[in-house]
Design a protein around this ligand. Structure first.
Ligand SMILES: [Zn+2]
Length: 365
């Protein structure tokens, strides 16, 4: 009879707030073996100690680079920002100079010596496992090693801190779970609906960034398998149906005549005034979002979807169709209680999120 090889049991997950479990026997170095310490992108997560020090938060976007020292209670100190330099392709250093200026300014704060960790939230794509970013809106950065460069900058100012990098969707999710609309919720999908659509996940009270920091990127889930091609290379993506860009494009292509503003904000204003084409554009976007939210809930039992981003300024013009269409896609009993709510944090969500992600992912700093 053939023997069956039984794999070792799944490694136990460390529980929040407690010391990590000791290394399982298969993880311990063998006597005489070379000891290497691979660096996981995301060490064991858990809640932050409210008595610990400040977190250096850096938020990198296509239009601005912001920084702050964020306290364990969410208070922000020394918040500062620079416009994102328009560096030519290949001139990553010119863009990074703005990050270095932000760090230098934070280093002048009296709180700087109390900083214990650093969180970077960046426009994507990001690769958190390698610490690199290739933001669509920052052409000078392709596979730019932003985590290592920030760590070097922190060390130059006397603060060699552990640093975590996440995408802006994951950062927004961390912010909403810490201080916003997903506070106290064990499972949530958080989304940003803006010129693009991004997102992140909280599962079992933990931020779930995935190995490269992109888990929960709901904008590139297909909700129309034979739909139009998306910029990502996929087809029928939520982003190609529900982003602000997509809403305006769809309305214009069907003959909507803007009254000055031809963006999604203009479509929202027209919808509020009863324009049937504008209403149809938001209904279609809301339906795409509802299908994606329902898919996520069916897959992971998230019972809350938090939506932020510029397009949510439309209010019920957007949320009405999302909620109305949910029942068509979230039909199983266990998805029946699915809630959809607006994000609670505003302009500081990026910085709060960078700090929150670092606090959740680097609790032992
Ligand atoms: Zn896509």
């Amino acid at each position: 009879m053939a023997t069956t090889r039984i794999p070792p049991p799944a490694r136990p997950e460390p529980q929040g707030g407690t010391a990590p479990a000791p290394a399982a026997y298969w993880d311990r170095p063998r006597p005489g073996a070379a000891v290497t310490t691979p660096r996981p992108a995301f060490p064991a997560p858990g809640p932050a100690d409210p008595g610990d020090g400040a977190t250096v938060a850096i938020d990198i976007g296509g239009t601005k680079i912001a920084g702050a020292l964020v306290g364990p209670d969410g208070t922000m100190d020394s918040a500062t920002r620079r416009p994102t330099p328009r560096g030519a392709a290949g001139d990553g250093d010119a863009v990074f100079a703005a990050v270095a200026e932000v760090v230098a300014e934070l280093a002048r704060s009296p709180l700087w010596p109390s900083a214990v960790r650093c969180g970077i939230g960046s426009a994507g794509p990001v690769d958190a496992s390698r610490g690199t970013v290739s933001p669509v809106n920052i052409g000078a950065w392709r596979d730019f090693p932003v985590r290592a460069r920030v760590e070097a900058e922190l060390a130059r100012h006397g603060a060699p801190l552990p640093t975590v990098l996440v995408g802006d969707g994951v950062a927004m999710t961390a912010a909403e779970h810490w201080l916003g609309a997903a506070r106290g919720r064990a499972n949530a999908l958080c989304m940003v609906v803006s010129t693009g659509v991004g997102g992140g996940l909280v599962l079992d009270n933990r931020l779930h960034p995935g190995p490269t920091g992109n888990a929960g990127h709901i904008g590139h889930i297909s909700v129309a398998f034979d739909g139009e091609a998306c910029a990502c290379g996929g087809r029928g993506c939520v982003e190609s149906l529900a982003s602000g860009t997509a809403i305006a494009r769809w309305a214009l292509a069907r003959g909507w005549v803007p009254d000055g503003d031809d963006t999604a904000a203009g479509v929202a204003a027209a919808a509020a005034a009863g324009d049937p084409l504008a209403l149809a554009a938001f209904d279609r976007a809301g339906r795409a979002l509802a299908a994606a939210i329902a898919a996520c809930a069916t897959l992971t039992e998230t019972d809350l979807a938090v939506i932020g981003g510029g397009v949510t300024a439309a209010g019920d013009i957007l949320f009405g169709p999302v909620r109305a269409h949910l029942a068509d896609y979230a039909a199983l009993s266990f998805t029946g209680g699915l809630e959809v709510v607006p994000a609670a944090l505003g302009t500081d969500a990026g910085l709060i999120g960078a700090a929150a992600a670092a606090m959740m992912l680097l609790p032992a700093a």
